[in-house]
Design a protein around this ligand. Structure first.
Ligand code: FAD
Ligand code: NAI
Length: 330
């Protein structure tokens, strides 16, 4: 091991923490940074008066052998459980049952439990937005939005969505250009809670031809404890783009209207509602990059946008970044 200074990881979503786990297990000293108050990124959950709500990733599937093994390990530790929703799809104005055999996983008791567990006791700076990554004579340094500087670091792993990564990759123009070429699409999310359970069997629904593209009965996931009937609605990318700057109350109103139209039962007024805008929700296209690297410089970038825009893709990308870094040092 030739690293003489710690490695910096920017972003504590699943990609950054996947890389962190592998680098930590290989004996490297790490420091992590995130602009948010906690870990998880798009797998974070919002604490609310209606209990914890998964506003971003709803569930994940595992298809790659390496990720299947990781998920089995998480399951054995009690971090994840299988979610078996009563699934529907909605198309051409018709709501139909749509059961399948797919295994779907969720964090318990909330999605953010996974990244929280992966972070463990690793040293992390939250509420710390990194604005610049620059190289001194031998080492890397980070500048944050409050004027603080951090370093020296032997290597930097940037694990943020592509537009944010591109800005931080200025020292490696080729990598910055690759990241800049990945557009990311927004998603408006809304959460609703009802005092008495809605008279429907729907627990998850893939929606077409509507402002919505997904809805889930948050409470149907294992380990969620709330007396309210809680729901999460996701707008489609195109609706979200068209309504990017709509005030939150109007977003709730419009998505509630779409929900009422498709759910096929009477909707009482929700006792609780909120809206959240994910500006960089999903990459516009999938890539086969694994992770971006300038190994001689010691700069790496990973995230769902380097593979598929899913939890599995993000985790695999973090693995790829860590293995490339370790491989270069050996
Ligand atoms: P992120 O989770 O975005 O993590 C990046 C982190 O970097 C964030 O914590 C952010 O705060 C931090 N950061 C950014 N810039 C800076 C900076 N300058 N300084 C410091 N920190 C910074 N996937 C599925 O598999 N199944 C689903 O059902 C599913 N549904 C989804 C629904 C929605 C609404 C959204 C938004 C996503 C969904 N996804 C789903 C996608 C999945 O959530 C992502 O693919 C995955 O979580 C991305 O992980 P990541 O680590 O690459 O990025
Ligand atoms: P998956 O295999 O459950 O779903 C993949 C796609 O197959 C679904 O989008 C849906 O169109 C279709 N599908 C699957 N099962 C179905 C069923 N029983 N009935 C009807 N259609 C069905 O999960 P996978 O491959 O892990 O995908 C993750 C999910 O996360 C996708 O639904 C994707 O749209 C969603 N996602 C949402 C984002 C957002 O911003 N809203 C961002 C990234 C992912």
């Amino acid at each position: 091991m030739t690293a003489i200074a710690p490695i910096a990881i920017i972003g504590t979503g699943i990609a950054g923490l996947s890389a962190a786990q592998t680098l930590h297990a290989a004996g490297y000293e790490l420091q992590l940074f995130d602009k948010s108050r906690g870990s998880g990124g798009r797998m974070s959950s919002k604490r609310s008066d209606a209990g914890a709500l998964d506003l971003g990733a709803q569930y994940f599937t595992a298809r790659d052998r390496r990720f299947v093994e990781a998920v089995q390990h998480w399951q054995a530790r009690g971090w994840v459980a299988e979610w078996q929703p009563s699934l529907y799809h909605y198309r051409d104005g018709q709501l139909s049952a749509s059961p399948d055999e797919q295994l779907r996983w969720v964090g318990i008791p909330r999605m953010s439990a996974i990244t929280r567990a992966l972070l463990g006791a690793l040293p992390v700076h939250f509420s710390c937005r990194i604005t610049e990554v620059f190289r001194g004579e031998q080492h890397w340094h980070l500048q944050d939005a409050d004027g603080g500087s951090h370093g020296p670091f032997s290597h930097v792993v940037i694990a943020t969505p592509a537009p944010q990564a591109s800005a931080l990759l200025a020292s490696a123009p080729k990598l910055a250009a690759a990241a800049a070429g990945v557009p990311m699409e927004p998603t408006w999310a809304a959460a609703l809670a009802f005092d008495s359970p809605l008279q429907t069997k729907v627990e998850g629904c893939f929606v077409h031809d509507s402002p919505l593209d997904w809805l889930a009965r948050n409470r149907s996931k294992p380990g969620r404890e709330t007396t309210l009937d809680t729901w999460v609605l996701h707008a489609s990318s195109s609706w979200s783009k068209q309504h990017l700057d709509l005030p939150k109350e109007e977003v709730v109103e419009q998505l509630l209207g779409a929900f009422a139209e498709m759910i096929g039962c009477t909707l009482p007024a929700p006792t609780f509602s909120l809206a959240h805008r994910w500006l960089y929700a999903r990459p516009g296209a999938a890539h086969q990059w694994g992770a971006l690297a300038d190994a001689d410089l010691g700069l790496y970038a990973c995230g769902d946008w380097c593979l598929s825009g899913r939890v599995e893709g993000a985790w695999l990308s973090g693995q790829e970044a860590a293995h490339k870094l370790i491989g270069h040092l050996q």
